[in-house]
Design a protein around this ligand. Structure first.
Ligand SMILES: [Zn+2]
Length: 326
C-alpha cells in the first residue's frame, strides 16, 4: 500500500513536470510569434500592415499622414488605391463626407487645376464636373420616375413615350395645348391656384417636348445664335428635362422674368408644390446651363423642400443626400 502511494506520487510529479515544461514551451513559441514589427506609433501590428505603412512612408507620406490614412481608409483600399502614387492632398479629401477612394486621382487632378476647397473638389468630382459636358454619358434607365436625373451627363433613351400626358388648358397654359405628365400637371394647377390668391398669374409656356421637338429646338437655336449660345441655353436632343414631361417654363423665357413679382413668388413658394428652379444664378458651372429663372422642374415636395432649404442644385442634392444613386 505504501509502495503504491509512493509510485503514484512519483507518477504525479512526472506528469506535473511534463505539464509545466510543455506550458513553458508554448509560451516561448507564443512570444516568438508575437515578436512582430512595430508600427509607426510603436504599437504591435501584423506583418501585412507593416508592409503597406513602409510603402506609404517611401512614397513620401508623413507619420501623421499615415495616422490619418489609417483611420479613414481600410487596409484593403489602401492596398488597392494608394500604393502606386503619392496623392499630395489625400489627407484633406478624406474629411469630406462624400469622399470615395475610387476617385482619388480625379480629386487630385481637379484640385490642382481649380481653386476649389478640398470639400468642394470632392463634391464636384462626385457630380462628375471634372469631365467635359456631354462626355461620359449615361443612358437613363429610371425615366419613368419623378426624380430621374437628366443633364449633360445623363440622357434619355430614344423613342420613349409616356401614357400619362395631360393637356394643360387655358388659363394654365399660354395656348391651351401644352402637355405635362399628370403628377406635374396636378401640382402645377395647385400651385397656380395658390398663386392666384396672392394676385400672381402663372401659366405654362413650354412643358413636355417630344424627341423631335427638342432636336429641332436645339438645331434652330444653333442656327439663330451659334453653337456656344445654344449649348448654354438649350439641351441637345434626349438631354432635356422637358422630354420627361416634368419640366415647365413659366410665363416667359426672357431673363427679365427675374425682375417680376411672379418670379419672387415662385422663388419663395414653388417648393411647397414640388417644383424647384432648376438652373439658378451662380450655379451655372454645376448645372451646365445659363441662368433660367423661368425653368422649373417637378421633383416632388420632399426633394424640392430640401433643395430650397439647403439652396442646392439637383446635382448637389444627389451627391449629398442620395449618393448611391448618382
Ligand atoms: Zn425650360
Amino acid at each position: 500500500m505504501k509502495k503504491t502511494l509512493k509510485v503514484l506520487l512519483i507518477f504525479s510529479i512526472i506528469i506535473l513536470t511534463c505539464g509545466i515544461v510543455y506550458l513553458s514551451y508554448l509560451s516561448v513559441v507564443d512570444m516568438n510569434e508575437n515578436n512582430n514589427e512595430t508600427d509607426v506609433k510603436g504599437k504591435d501590428i501584423s506583418k501585412e500592415e507593416y508592409i503597406y505603412k513602409e510603402d506609404l512612408l517611401e512614397l513620401g507620406y508623413t507619420v501623421n499622414d499615415i495616422k490619418i490614412i489609417e483611420t479613414k481608409i481600410s487596409t484593403t483600399n489602401v492596398k488597392k488605391y494608394l500604393l502606386n502614387n503619392k496623392y499630395d492632398n489625400l489627407t484633406k479629401f478624406v474629411y469630406s463626407p462624400y469622399f470615395n477612394i475610387e476617385n482619388i486621382s480625379r480629386y487630385e487632378n481637379y484640385f490642382t487645376k481649380n481653386n476649389f476647397s478640398s470639400d468642394d473638389t470632392v463634391l464636384y468630382v462626385e457630380i462628375g464636373l471634372d469631365k467635359e459636358f456631354y462626355t461620359d454619358i449615361t443612358v437613363i434607365e429610371n425615366y419613368n420616375d419623378e426624380d430621374a436625373l437628366v443633364n449633360k451627363y445623363n440622357k434619355l433613351p430614344s423613342n420613349i413615350t409616356y401614357d400619362d400626358l395631360v393637356t394643360v388648358e387655358k388659363p394654365y397654359s399660354d395656348n391651351g395645348k401644352r402637355k405635362l405628365r399628370k403628377v406635374a400637371y396636378e401640382h402645377f394647377v395647385e400651385m397656380a391656384n395658390a398663386a392666384k390668391k396672392d394676385n400672381i398669374k402663372l401659366y405654362v409656356v413650354s412643358g413636355y417636348r417630344t424627341e423631335k421637338q427638342q432636336n429641332s429646338l436645339f438645331n434652330n437655336n444653333v442656327k439663330r445664335n451659334g453653337i456656344e449660345h445654344a449649348l448654354i441655353y438649350s439641351a441637345k436632343v434626349n438631354h432635356s428635362e422637358h422630354q420627361l414631361g416634368l419640366a415647365i417654363d413659366i410665363n416667359s423665357v426672357n431673363v427679365k422674368f427675374e425682375k417680376t413679382k411672379e418670379y419672387t413668388w415662385l422663388k419663395e413658394n414653388s417648393y411647397k408644390y414640388g417644383f424647384i428652379e432648376r438652373y439658378p444664378k451662380n450655379k451655372e458651372f454645376i448645372t451646365g446651363y445659363g441662368y433660367e429663372p423661368w425653368h422649373y422642374r417637378y421633383l416632388g415636395i420632399d426633394i424640392a423642400t430640401t433643395m430650397y432649404e439647403k439652396n442646392i442644385t439637383y446635382e448637389e442634392y444627389l451627391v449629398k443626400y442620395k449618393s448611391n444613386s448618382y
